[in-house]
Structures are given as C-alpha cells and as structure tokens.
Design a protein around this ligand. Structure first.
Ligand SMILES: Cc1cc2nc3c(=O)[nH]c(=O)nc-3n(C[C@H](O)[C@H](O)[C@H](O)COP(=O)(O)OP(=O)(O)OC[C@H]3O[C@@H](n4cnc5c(N)ncnc54)[C@H](O)[C@@H]3O)c2cc1C
Length: 373
C-alpha cells in the first residue's frame, strides 16, 4: 500500500545517475536550444482520449475547480483573479470559503504541474500592488505561497522522514489502521456531514478547499486515530493539485507530528461547520440525502428529534449514517431540544462570522497563540 514511500530514494538515485552522466558526458547537459526535426519527419496528430478508448471526463457542475490544465489556462486564471475582477484584493476575506471558483486563487493545480511559476505569480502581485492596490489580501497570497516554499524546505531538511508514521518529531503514536473507519472517511459516509461533504467533493472533483482539508485531516487523525499516511495517500491519489511537499507537510502538521508549535491541536467539526457554513448550504450541495434539513441544523442530524427527521425524510442508519464517532466537545455547539422540531445549532453569541472575523481564521492553524510555545 505504501509503495510510493520508496519514491524519494528512487528519485535521489535517478538524480545522482543523471548528474554522474552529465559529468561523464557533458553532452547530456540540458541544451540551450533543441535541434529541429529531421526534414520530412511526419509529426502526426496528438492522440485524443477517444483514440485510447476513453471518454472525455465530465466536469461536475458543483466543482470548485472546473478548469483545464496547461499554461494558457493558468495565465487566464491569473488574469481573471487579478486584473479582470480584482478578486485578489479581497482574498483574505474570502479564502476560507467552501463553494465556487472564486473564494481562493485556485493556482495550486497549475503550480503543482509546473504550468505556472510561483515567481511569476509573485511578480504579478507586486505589479498589481504598484498599479492598483496593496493591502492585507495581496500580501496574504504571497504569504500562502511562502507556506508552499516552506514545506519544500521542510522536505529538503527532513528527507524521507516526511513519510514516517512518527513524523518529524519521532513521536510514537498508536495509529489505527481500521479499514471500516477509513473507508467511511474516504467515501464520505462517516455520518458527520461536514466531513462527508468535503470527502465527497474531493472524490467527485479532485479538489477540496483548504478549510475542508484541515478539517477532514484532523477528523481522521484526531477523532478516528487512523494512520495519517492513509489519509495522505488518499489525497495523493485524488488531488488535482497533489504535491509531495505540500501534501505530506500539511498532513504531518495536522497529525501533530510535524512542525506545528501547538500541542494537541484538534478541530471541532460542529463548530467549524457552523463557522464556515452557517446555513448548511455546503452540506446540502454535497450530501443530498440531507437536503430537507433547513439551515445549520444540517451539521448534526443525530441531534434532531424523530419527528424532524421524519419530516425531512431521513432515517438515520438507513438513508444517512449515524456518526461513526462523536467527540464530547461537539455538544457545546449543539443545543439539544428533544421536544422541539429540531436543535438550534449553537454558535455562541450573534450571527455567523463576519468576513472580517473570517479573515483571521486559519492563521492560528499555523501559528501558536501562546507565545511561550
Ligand atoms: C491535509 C492537507 C493537504 C494538502 N495537500 C496539498 C497538496 O497536495 N498540494 C497543494 O498544493 N496544497 C496542499 N494543501 C494546501 C492547501 O490546502 C492548497 O494549496 C489550497 O487549498 C489550494 O487552493 P488554492 O490554490 O485556491 O489556494 P489559495 O488559498 O489561493 O493559496 C494560494 C497558493 O498558496 C499555496 N498554499 C496555500 N495554502 C497552503 C498550505 N497550507 N500549504 C502549502 N501551500 C499552500 C498554494 O500553492 C496555493 O495555490 C494541503 C493542505 C492540507 C491541510
């Protein structure tokens, strides 16, 4: 199952072999210019998917990344996000979104495949700041690109430790490998709607928001105690922006064995769901079984009364699973009202987070609030 864990070794050997060859035979070094094809050479057509007996993939209309690959598309995306719409100037307010194309840059898939370079993006941000506006949002895109760099340096520093169950900290954790729990997670059948919606989005589209990734990783490793590498490998299999350094670096971080300065960081699925999907629209988009539950109540169907469930056409354990685990801290965000129609999803005081409040969310994922740590 973990065959690819040997990849870095293979890669190192391959690189060494190429370097040795280049030293021995300088002609193998990258030429400045390629020779033209021999006269009369027939290039032929680039084969289509149909030539290989495959259908063109159908894009799900709900996808947050309904784009194609290639440099041209990447440049068009940057043109749209920066220059045509100025979305970059409000990135910090929107970046924790869950639905649609424009809550974040969506540069990651093109970056991962080398269709666009982070330096080019950086130069374009600087140009945008000179010509239009420089604010916290424009800075924040650079800041996120720095995280990408950071995880590269982490990988360089720690090498194959990136794939060890004990992580960078050499911390023994009794990870479980329960296939039933793992399958429920990867197939979006945990009975915890915020997890299920995200996992289904990933399976159908190959993309998941950063907010979603942090939550499902925390759920797998902290709530289920499953070997973090199984989650990382599932992401590796599906993500259209899969990148070894960003994926394994973030997973280690989420699993609490990377270089997170904060001990025991754990996300609360109900609180997170209510903070970032207060009306439950994201859940109903990806978990249609729950579409008749109104508002934020959709985040904890098990807390609804029997009559409310019947009214919504749901039989827990049949039409939608009972939760495979319930963390005690979740109840702080659910007002159980067994005699009423539903439960009032409790968000603390006041309405959902304002964009300004949202802005600073997520910073605490990477930085400790406790200066002593
Ligand atoms: C468990 C987990 C696994 C992840 N796996 C990957 C992965 O395989 N490939 C990948 O590119 N990102 C990964 N990320 C980071 C992040 O979720 C994605 O880069 C981001 O969601 C992609 O969407 P975007 O391009 O719209 O990002 P934006 O929010 O627009 O950010 C701009 C760019 O900054 C970089 N970036 C943003 N956040 C991070 C981060 N936390 N770590 C590293 N770079 C970041 C990306 O290159 C991104 O394109 C992972 C995060 C988690 C928590």
């Amino acid at each position: 199952m973990f065959n690819h864990f040997r990849l870095p070794d293979v890669y190192t050997q391959f690189r060494k072999a190429v370097e040795t060859q280049c030293q021995v035979r300088p002609s193998l070094q990258m030429p400045d210019r390629l020779k033209s094809l021999p006269a009369g050479f027939e290039e032929g057509d680039i084969p289509t998917l149909q030539d290989f007996g495959q259908e063109d993939p159908v894009t799900d209309p709900r996808s947050a990344f309904p784009c194609s690959g290639g440099e041209t598309q990447a440049l068009q995306r940057l043109q749209h996000y920066f220059w045509d719409t100025n979305l970059v100037a409000s990135y910090k307010d929107t970046r924790n979104g869950l639905i649609g194309m424009d809550y974040s840059t969506k540069f990651a898939p093109w970056l991962a495949l080398g269709c666009i370079s982070p330096r080019y993006i950086y130069e374009q941000i600087k140009k945008y700041e000179r010509e239009r506006t420089a604010n916290q949002s424009t800075y924040w895109v650079i800041f996120e690109l720095l995280w990408r760099d950071y995880f590269r340096f982490v990988a360089l520093k720690y090498g194959s430790k990136l794939f060890f169950p004990k992580g960078l900290q050499d911390k023994p954790v009794p990870w479980k490998k329960d296939p039933k729990l793992f399958d429920a997670w990867k197939e979006g059948r945990t009975g915890v709607p915020f997890v299920d919606a995200n996992m289904r989005e990933l399976a159908v589209t190959g993309f998941m928001s950063n907010r979603g990734r942090q939550n499902v990783a925390s759920f797998l490793t902290k709530d289920l105690g499953i070997d973090w590498r199984m989650g990382a490998e599932w992401f590796e299999y599906l993500l259209v922006d899969y990148d070894v350094c960003s994926n394994y670096g973030n997973w280690l971080y989420s699993a609490g064995i990377g270089n997170d300065p904060r001990e025991n960081r754990k996300f609360n699925m109900i609180k997170q769901g209510l903070d970032y999907d207060v009306n439950g629209d994201y859940i109903r988009l990806w978990v249609p079984e729950l579409q008749n539950i109104q508002g934020g109540d959709v985040h904890a169907p098990w807390a609804l009364s029997n009559s409310a469930l019947a009214h919504a056409g749901i039989t827990l354990g049949e039409t939608y699973p009972l939760p495979i685990v319930k963390a005690p801290e979740w109840s702080r965000h659910i007002n159980q009202k067994p005699d009423s129609g539903g439960f009032a999803a409790r968000r603390g005081k006041g309405p959902s987070l304002t964009p300004k409040q949202h802005r600073n969310r997520g910073i605490d994922f990477y930085f400790s609030r406790n200066k002593n740590v």
